[in-house]
Design a protein around this ligand. Structure first.
Ligand code: NA7
Length: 546
């Protein structure tokens, strides 16, 4: 986090001298989205204040410091493209960047574009209310700051509201408990200790092999087995990078034409037309390449249950092959559709269960009953532990927005408006919440796309919309309820044409008790971009500008 402390005085000055705490825009969050939003608006001459809970920039990549934390999108793509020089200068060291490297990159971006002075760190936004008479937002922080701004921009991230289940007796445990999503900066000493990890989603799957290396014994408490494919991560040589950099624009444009906005070649064939040999050959090929491209082996893995089953069978066979104990292999094998819950990308996850210091605890045979002073009781037996790692996920996409008390026109609470599930227009605008935007909000491609280009798309769109308003002297922009309803219907319609909604996952809010079951992201980055562009080109159709 080098550099954060030294600029505190400057940031405070910029924030405090801006017309007595009256801003053009308040941005909440200083991860990928907040940093670029600040740069964009500041470059357009706006007075901007960013509030950030962390001590430094980075958002997700600031908090998720657990060993093994790594992005599942290749580093050459999981990076900004708004500045060609930045894009050319930065050198990635691995095919998939580690948390530490992404954080360094974001710190570099913050310094390169002089962003830190516009950010108030260690400041959590508590409430935001739209003042109808003034046509602006009043934002209050937990520390008592109160500022107003014409625009409120939520850059709060899709996977930032941590979820910790309400385990009985948690406070009684005398060892260390830490969530992967809030890993201590100083690290956690697990060497020679008895460690329990709860959760086998992406975070659990990444942290497990790392913990197994030095723990005396690692217990992996699994409620649902997950599909995972190898990342086949490797060092990224300059030659390979330079090849991409020589045609970076073209490379990025090509990636954006794919449904997820990521570079992969979608198989032309249907898995249903392939015989056993072809299936095996194609899946082996994509397995060896590694990463999320596995599900691109055939064109219809997300469109047909039967096609999906061929990919799932292949991974099930791999698990049986890798894990030596057949009973453990079976317990680790999912029997659901593949990829409808986020596909995990790992480094030796399944092989870790061949180690003598690792035990899989199958919670389907008996759930976690309670925590005790010295461990966790599962099915009547205590597992003695020194450290408990919660890899229990996030209240995805809506959680970070709803944890702030946001009130729009007529004092309506966002929580109330979204009681039955979130509705937005184009993912970033909400009827009844004028002059507020959510970057990669619900009903946008967000987590089903490469998030960085999705963020840039939203930031550019929002910046252009604000620019349009300023040029024409418009004060307030608001999505109409009709436009919002139409967009939500379209988002659902597109999702229903795929098999994504068929499984329980955080894409549908199923991981959070009581959360309405609604398919949260929009499937199809290129269609989304086209629609947003069309709306802007036609003078912001579906919005009222006053
Ligand atoms: P995920 O994918 O939501 O995984 C959370 C895990 O925690 C999952 O295995 C859950 O089991 C498990 N969990 C949650 N509650 C409990 C309780 N009460 N008891 C036992 N186990 C529980 O979160 P991640 O942080 O791994 O990944 C989130 C995203 O971040 C990921 O998809 C990437 O996009 C990056 P369940 O499956 O619900 O049975």
């Amino acid at each position: 986090m080098a550099g954060n402390g030294q600029s505190t005085a400057t940031q405070t000055r910029e924030i405090e001298t801006a017309d007595g705490l009256d801003f053009d825009a308040v941005v909440v969050g200083a991860g990928f989205a907040g940093l670029y939003m600040l740069h964009k608006l500041r470059s357009a001459g706006l007075k901007v204040c960013v509030f950030e809970s962390g001590k430094g920039v980075g958002g997700t990549w600031y908090w998720n410091r657990y060993p093994g934390a790594r992005c599942d999108v290749p580093s050459m793509e999981y990076s900004y493209q708004f500045d060609p020089d930045l894009q050319q200068e930065w050198e990635w060291t691995e095919r998939y960047a580690s948390q530490g490297e992404i954080l360094k990159y974001l710190e570099h971006v913050a310094d390169r574009f002089d962003l830190r002075r516009g950010i108030r760190f260690e400041t959590t936004v508590k409430t935001a209310r739209f003042d109808e008479a003034a046509g602006s937002w009043v934002v209050e922080t937990e520390g008592g700051d109160r500022v107003s701004a014409q625009f409120l921009i939520m850059a709060t991230g899709c996977l930032s509201a941590r979820y910790t289940p309400d385990f009985e007796g948690m406070e009684a445990f005398e060892g260390m408990v830490c969530h992967t999503g809030k890993w201590p900066e100083a690290g956690v000493d697990t060497a020679g200790k008895r460690v329990g990890v709860i959760g086998t989603g992406s975070s659990g799957i990444q942290v497990t092999p790392m913990l197994a290396r030095d723990a005396e014994h690692l217990f992996v408490l699994q409620r649902s087995p997950a599909y995972s494919v190898p990342s086949q991560n490797r060092p990224l040589g300059s030659e390979e990078q330079n090849e991409i950099k020589a045609r970076y624009g073209e490379f990025r444009a090509e990636a954006k034409r794919n449904r997820a906005g990521i570079m992969y070649v979608l198989g032309e064939n249907s898995a249903l037309d392939a015989d056993g040999q072809e299936l095996q050959r194609e899946y082996e090929k994509t397995w060896d390449v590694g990463g999320l491209g596995f599900t691109a082996a055939f064109r219809d893995i997300f469109d047909s249950v039967e096609a999906n089953k061929t990919a799932a069978d292949f991974v099930r066979d791999k698990i049986a092959y890798i894990v030596r104990d057949p009973a453990v292999a079976e317990a680790l094998t999912p029997h659901t559709l593949i990829g409808c819950k986020r596909l995990c990308v790992d480094a030796n996850y399944f092989d870790t269960f061949n180690r003598s210091n690792v035990t899989l605890v199958d919670l389907r045979k008996g759930p976690i009953e309670r925590f005790t002073k010295t461990g966790i009781v599962v099915a009547g037996t205590e597992i003695p532990l020194d450290v408990i790692v919660l890899a229990t996920g996030f209240d995805a996409i809506t959680g970070a927005l709803l944890r702030i008390d946001i009130r729009g026109r007529g004092g309506i609470e966002l929580k109330q408006k979204w009681a039955e599930g979130p509705g937005t227009y184009l993912g970033h605008s909400i009827a009844g919440f004028p002059n507020m935007f959510a970057i990669t909000g619900p009903c946008s491609p967000s987590v089903l796309s490469n998030l960085v280009p999705s963020i840039e798309q939203d930031v550019d769109w929002i910046g252009d919309c604000i620019g349009y308003m300023r040029e024409r002297g418009r004060q307030v922009v608001e999505a109409t309820p009709e436009a919002e309803a139409g967009w939500v219907a379209h988002v659902n319609d597109v999702a229903q044409r795929t098999i994504y909604p068929l499984e329980d996952s955080w894409y549908v809010g199923a991981n959070i008790p009581g959360k309405p079951r609604v398919f949260l992201p929009y499937i199809g980055f290129p269609d989304y971009v086209e629609r947003c562009t069309e709306v802007a080109d036609r003078g912001y159709t579906g919005y009222v500008l006053t």
